[in-house]
Design a binder for this molecule. Sequence first.
Ligand code: GLN
Length: 544
Amino acid sequence: MTKHIFVTGGVVSSLGKGLTSASIGLLLEERGLRVRLQKLDPYLNVDPGTMSPYQHGEVYVLDDGTETDLDLGHYERFTHATLNKDCNYTTGKIYLSVIEKERRGDYKGKTVQVIPHVTDEIKSCIRKMVAPDVDVVITEIGGTVGDIEGMPYFEAIRQFALDVGKHNCLFVHLTLVPYLKAAGELKTKPTQRSVRDLREIGIQPDILICRTERDIPKDECEKIALFCNVERNAVIEEKDKEFSIYEVPLSLADNKLDELVVEKLALTQARPLDMSAWRTMLDRMRAPAHEVTIGFVGKYVKHRDAYKSVYESIDHAGIANNAKVRVVRIESDKLAEEGAAQALAGVDGLLVPGGFDKRGIEGKIDAIRFARETGLPFFGICLGLQCATIEFARNVAGLDGANSTEFDKVSPHPVVCLLEEQVNVTNLGGTQRLGAYPCHLVPGTKARAAYGVDVVSERHRHRYEVNNAYREKLSAAGLVFSGTSPSGDLVEAIELPNHPWFVAVQAHPEFLSKPTKSHPLFRDFVGASLARRLGKKPVAVVMK
Ligand code: GLN
C-alpha cells in the first residue's frame, strides 16, 4: 500500500519546501524505501516553460520532455525517484484538463465546479503517483497556506486523506520562526497563525518543520507544539545552513525526522538509516584540497535560480575533483563592453550556459574566442554550443557575418538554423525539441573520453541546431563533431582537438548531475580548469 506525505508551507514563500521534500525523499530512500515525488503548483501557466527565468528560475526538463519547476531538480539530485509528466501539475494544467472534459461532455450536463470537479482532478493527479513499486509518494504544494490560488489544493489533499485513510497520509508543514533583533527573541506567532490557517481548512499537521536562523529553545518548541496541537517530538527544527544545501537532510536526520515519518506511517519494512554515502560526499566538499575559478558568462547571472542546475553541477564537479569551485558570474552584455581579456582575467575555465534571444550573444562569442585562442578550458551548453559554432565559423573558417537565424534572419552564413520540425511551429508552450534523446559519440574525442561509453542519453530544450549545410566547411577548418544523433543528422557535441579542453553540447547535461555522482562533462571541464590552474596537463578523473 502506497503511503502519502503532503508538504505544505506557511508564513512566507521561499522557505525551501522543495529542498525539504527532496530531503525527506533521500532519508526514506536511505532507509530502503522507494519514493516518488510530485509538485503541485497553484499558478495558471500550464507549465513554467513559457516563464522568464526572472519569474520562476530555471525551467527543469525531465526525460519525457516535461518542462517543470526547478524543485524537481532537487528531487532528482537527492533521490533516485523516476519523474515524469505526472510529477508536476499546475492550476493551468488541471483546469485545461477539466475544461477539455467539460467540452467533451464528460460531466454529463452537470454544473462544473471547483468542488468537486477541480478537487477530483487534483486528487486523480495525486493517485497517478501510486504504484506497486512505490512505498511513499511525497507531494509538495507550491505557495503558502492562505493563498487564494492554493485553496483547491489544500481542499483536495484534505479530502484525499479521508479517501485513503488518515493513517496512510502525513501532513508536514514547513514554517518560519523568525528572530527579531530588537526583541532579541525568536517569534512563534507566525507559525501558530499559519497552522491555524491550515486547521481552518480542516488539515491538522502531523509534523512541523520550523526554519530558523537560531536554535529554537526547548520551551519555545513546547509552546509551538501546544498552540499548534502537534506532539512535542513532531516539532522539528531546520536551522539555516550556511555551508551547503546538502547539509539539510543530515540535520533533519539528526532531529529524527525519518524516525517520525516511519513511525507515523507505520513503514515497518524500513531498515535503519544509512547516510554514509551522503556524509562522505559532504566530507569531501568540506575539505577540498584545491581551489579553482570558473568564469560563467550568461544573461541572467544576477538571479541565482536562473541557472540552478548548472551551478549545482559545477559544485558536484568540484566534489569529484576535490576542489572548491569559485564561480565568477559575468553578465554577457557587460563582457562585450569590458572586453573578454579583462572580464575573464584570473579565471581557470569558461562556461557558457543555455539561453534564448539576441541580447548578450556578442559578449558570449567574444568570451569563447578568448577561451579558444588562449587555451582556456571551455564548456558550452546548448546556446553555448551554438555560440561556439558561430565564433569558429566567423574567426577560424572565415565565414564573415556567420550567425544563428535566431539572432540574424538574413545572415550570409546561417551556421545555426531552425530545426526542421520547428519551422511551422507557432505556439510557444511545450513545442521545443524537449527531453531525452540519444547521442552517438565519436571515438578518440574528449566527449567520448569523459562519458566512457559510445552512446549516451541527454535531455534537450532547444529549437535551433547546427546547420548541416556548413558541417563540411567547419570540419575542414578543424572543428570536430564529436557527438551526433543516431542517424547523424543532428549535431549533439563539438570540440577542438588542439586545445586543452574545448567541448560544447547541444543538450543540457546539468539535468543529470548528482552531488554523489558528478556529470562526466562537468567533471572533466572542472578537472581541465584545475589542471590549468595547477599548471598540469588535464587528466580524466575517475570517481570512486
Ligand atoms: N535559443 C537556442 C535554441 O532555441 C538555445 C536554447 C537553449 O540554450 N536552451 O536552440
